[in-house]
Design a protein around this ligand. Structure first.
Ligand code: SF4
Length: 356
């Protein structure tokens, strides 16, 4: 439900909708269809999962590839977790892939293959939080809601000149956002805000001189656009974790790989054997398989620091050669197939460092 709007909000909505008509980004999940000109809800649903924690530019290519393999919800419902996890390589945050598949299976079984158009049903799906539920409702079904992504949050913080860290002012942002909900053109307006934030009201150096809503922007009036949105000081330094990775290569240029556990980081992904990640380098314990293998490894001179969202992983790399017959029961992947094997990016970096 939208709050009563005054002229300021009405004008902003009209201006942004007009701007969007000529300046909308051409994104593959935005193709309209049917007499009501709604977007394909399956496309929107998939894109919203991909866009959680990943930029639009990085998602576009992967989305197109995804839709080539699974063009419909029915086909995605038949996919295996292994296949979708392998596909997800490069996007990171693999829990999203698992949740997407779980959600699709629930939608197939409980909602007759139709993405729900009610908040109460969407919010129960795995991996769907308040933002994603509202994004699907607003963008795919034109419902009067406002999902607050980083672009929208920034525009609101500037329009209403929120001079406290936005993280502490979420409720206030939400109150302002409700004034800017469209009754009939919610889908276009949400996307207009997102596009406006990515091209005009940008995080750094917003293009205020080209801005069509400059007259309504309190941060501009107070010359505070470079300071808002205010970020909270990060008190804690990023945590560091340590591991050692082991590359075992045979006479056919194949590497031993294995599957990670189905919980925790990089769930069910393929990896090279490595030690349990620990916060204290001195407490690293050699991987059980490596211990039992009796292989002699050489330590590489270079190491990798791989940034995850909550910690940096420091990885030392060890390598050795052996005969395939010595480890017949293990899974080997050819050097030529490593890129398509579904290795997560961190593992690709490890092997690339070894090969180059
Ligand atoms: Fe953003 Fe500048 Fe426009 Fe304000 S005037 S909304 S800061 S681009």
């Amino acid at each position: 439900m939208s709050l009563k709007k005054n002229n300021k909000e009405k004008h902003i909505i009209t201006i942004l909708l007009r701007w969007y008509r000529y300046n909308a980004r051409k994104l593959p999940w935005r193709k309209k269809r049917g007499s009501k000109k709604l977007l394909n809800s399956y496309y929107v649903f998939v894109s919203e999962f991909m866009l959680q924690q990943t930029t639009v530019n990085a998602v576009v290519f992967k989305f197109n590839e995804f839709i080539k393999i699974w063009p419909t919800l029915k086909l995605l419902n038949k996919a295996t977790e292994t296949k979708i996890l392998r596909f997800w390589s490069g996007l990171g945050y693999y829990a999203r892939a698992k949740n997407l598949l779980k959600s699709i299976k629930i939608i197939a079984n409980q909602h007759n293959y139709i993405i729900p158009n009610e908040y109460s049903k969407l919010i129960q799906l795995p991996g769907v939080g308040d933002y994603t539920a509202k994004a699907v409702l607003g963008i795919a079904y034109n419902k009067s809601v406002m999902p607050i992504d980083a672009n929208i949050e920034r525009i609101l913080a500037r329009l209403y000149c929120i001079t406290k860290p936005v993280k502490d002012k979420k409720l206030l942002v939400e109150v302002f956002s409700k004034k800017l909900i469209s009754k009939n053109k919610s889908s276009d307006l949400i996307q207009a805000f997102m596009d406006y934030g990515s091209s005009i009201c940008t995080p750094k150096n917003p293009k205020c001189n080209d801005c069509l809503i400059q007259n309504y922007c309190l941060a501009f009036k107070k010359n505070l656009t470079h300071k808002i949105p205010i970020k909270k000081n990060k008190k804690n330094k990023k945590v560091i974790k340590f591991t050692r990775a082991y590359l075992i290569v045979n006479e056919f240029n194949e590497f031993i790989v294995r599957q990670r556990p189905s919980t925790g980081m990089l769930q069910s992904m393929i990896e090279f054997p490595n030690d349990l990640w620990t916060n204290n380098k001195k407490k690293l314990v050699s991987d059980k398989f490596i211990n039992l293998s009796s292989l002699k490894f050489t330590k590489l001179n270079k190491k990798i620091i791989y940034p995850f969202s909550h910690f940096d992983l420091h990885i030392e790399i060890y390598a050795t050669k052996t005969k395939k017959n010595n480890f017949k029961r293990y899974k080997w992947v050819s050097i030529n197939k490593l890129n398509k094997s579904g290795l997560p990016t961190v593992m690709k970096k490890i092997v690339n460092l070894y090969l180059n």
